[in-house]
Design a protein around this ligand. Structure first.
Ligand SMILES: *Cc1c(COP(=O)(O)O)cnc(C)c1O
Length: 483
């Protein structure tokens, strides 16, 4: 399998899966995609239906990571997708299923279900990909004898998923910046209670944007970056996207009896990484009817899928909402879909994303391209805080199921796109305990807390406080990387 950049540079070069695993953007600023999507045959789809999650992950990944020996890859997926790691299931559920499908009920003649993706160590769907990434990094670094220092900024979900994936991994260190005193007690405890010597929590005296600016400043110092082998694990990482393709297959098999049926998925979306994986599963031939993009008040993506206008928001128009992991001003993976939508024409992608830089967006409404959005199965909707509260209450009273704020955005929008006879699967992207304040507002009770998290906030915490100063962060990294 050869990978190409959405912006077309270096089209003659060969990039394997392992080549792009540790990198971020392509050199021309584009995102990597396979030269063509692998197709799934009817015979494969029939065989895959009965596989365990780990073996299904092997089959899907083997199509994209054909430069990793099959035995090694299978060992990696079996080590990653275990009942021990994905143990935070609801009472009575089978952790060995990794992503249990929870039927809610029949609405408008259509089965409505949740695909639980948040039973991993940090209770958010980011564990699904990040846990695999941890094992892939360790495997790849061991083969080349290299080390990697991951630098990131987090306001919650991504940072903790990365830390829990990389803890104790040989050859990897994590330096994670978070705004000092600005995260919830639960999120703070989740990250800062890690005692692994390869994990460094840097509590920055500032806000999340200061943390992000420091990461950018350090990354722009190319000499420092090369010397200290700095890498990232952000949402554009290709291996993360591919790992997410697997659960669309798992969800499809759980919701259907035969491979003649079609299903739709609703995906609570921010950076378009999760639903991009759904798009890829559909391009591989999985019988997906619709991909429903659900946003919160930060509705960049909903606006595009309704009107054809992509308009990046300014900081002052980016709202802090009660589904904070979807609070984005632009969607960093969106370029991958635009590339496919435009018939894989890199020259046009370059032009459009130049317009994003210079004019803040682009408009595909007038061109013939936008109508093709429906051929790709995409529709969308948005949700507000009031919708979230109403949906959390409704799902709890009707189905005795407590859902988190992001999943509530998904259920709200899914209900606007039900089609008779086509099962609708909403991806559950986090557990309610991570967003306790909104749960208490909606239900006047405490969120359910998996057993492993009882007493989390009382554990000893390990972190270093630093001023919002890139040089001080560089000094800290240099002092802790032994160079
Ligand atoms: C990251 C995240 C999302 C958004 O996913 P994208 O891949 O960025 O679209 C939604 N819900 C939760 C809980 C998340 O952590």
């Amino acid at each position: 399998m050869n990978y190409v950049s959405t912006r077309g540079a270096g089209a003659g070069e060969r990039h394997s899966f392992s080549d792009i695993l540790l990198g971020g953007l392509a050199k021309d600023g584009g995102l990597y995609l396979p030269r063509e999507y692998p197709r799934v045959t009817a015979e494969e789809l029939a065989r895959w239906r009965t596989l365990s999650y780990a073996d299904l992950a092997f089959e899907v990944l083997a199509k994209f990571a054909d430069d990793i020996a099959h035995d090694d890859l299978r060992a990696l997926t079996r080590r990653t997708y275990t009942a021990q790691t994905y143990c935070n299931v609801r009472d009575g559920e089978d952790a060995a299923r990794i992503t249990p499908l929870r039927q809610l009920g029949i609405e408008n003649g259509t089965p409505l279900a949740l695909l639980e993706l948040s039973n991993g160590p940090t209770l958010a769907f980011k564990d699904m990909a990040m846990q695999l990434l941890g094992n892939l990094f360790e495997y790849t670094l061991a083969r080349t004898g290299e080390t990697l220092n991951i630098l990131g900024a987090t306001s919650g979900d991504t940072g903790s998923a990365a830390e829990y994936a990389m803890r104790g991994k040989a050859g990897v260190r994590v330096f994670m910046l978070s705004p000092h005193g600005k995260m919830s007690a639960f999120q703070t405890a989740q990250m800062y209670s890690l005692q692994d010597p390869n994990i460094f929590n840097l509590a920055v005296e500032g806000v999340f944007d200061d943390c992000q600016d420091i990461v950018k400043a350090v990354s722009n110092d190319h000499a420092f970056k090369a010397k200290h082998k700095i890498g990232t694990v952000n949402s554009i990482n290709w291996a993360r996207v591919v790992a997410q393709v697997v659960y669309y297959f798992a969800g499809y098999f759980a919701a259907t009896k035969s491979n003649d049926e079609r299903v739709s998925f609703t995906v609570p979306s921010g950076n378009f990484g999760n639903v991009c994986a759904g798009h890829i599963a559909r391009m591989m031939g999985l019988p997906i009817e619709q991909l429903v993009v659900a946003t919160n008040e930060n509705d960049v993506l909903d606006e595009f899928f309704r009107t054809g206008v992509y308009r990046v928001r300014k900081a002052a128009e980016t709202w802090h909402t009660s589904s904070p992991s979807m609070d984005i001003s632009k969607a960093s993976n969106f370029e991958r879909f635009v590339y496919d939508l435009l018939g894989r024409d890199p020259a046009r992608v370059v032009q459009l994303f130049r317009d994003v830089e210079e004019k803040g967006g682009f408009d595909l409404a007038a061109s013939g391209d936008f109508v093709r959005v429906r051929e790709f199965g995409f529709v969308s909707g948005r949700s507000t805080h009031a919708d979230r509260i109403a949906t959390i209450r409704d799902v709890f009273s009707r189905y005795e199921t407590m859902i988190d704020t992001h999943t509530a955005d998904g259920v709200k929008v899914a209900r606007e796109h039900l089609q008779p006879g086509v099962p609708m699967i909403v991806l559950e992207t986090a557990q309610p305990v991570k967003f306790g304040e909104t749960i208490r507002e909606a239900l006047q009770r405490e969120p359910q807390r998996p057993a492993a998290f009882v007493g989390l906030e009382a554990l000893p915490q390990r972190f270093d406080v630093l001023p919002a100063d890139a040089q001080r962060v560089k000094d800290f990294i240099a002092a802790h990387t032994g160079e």
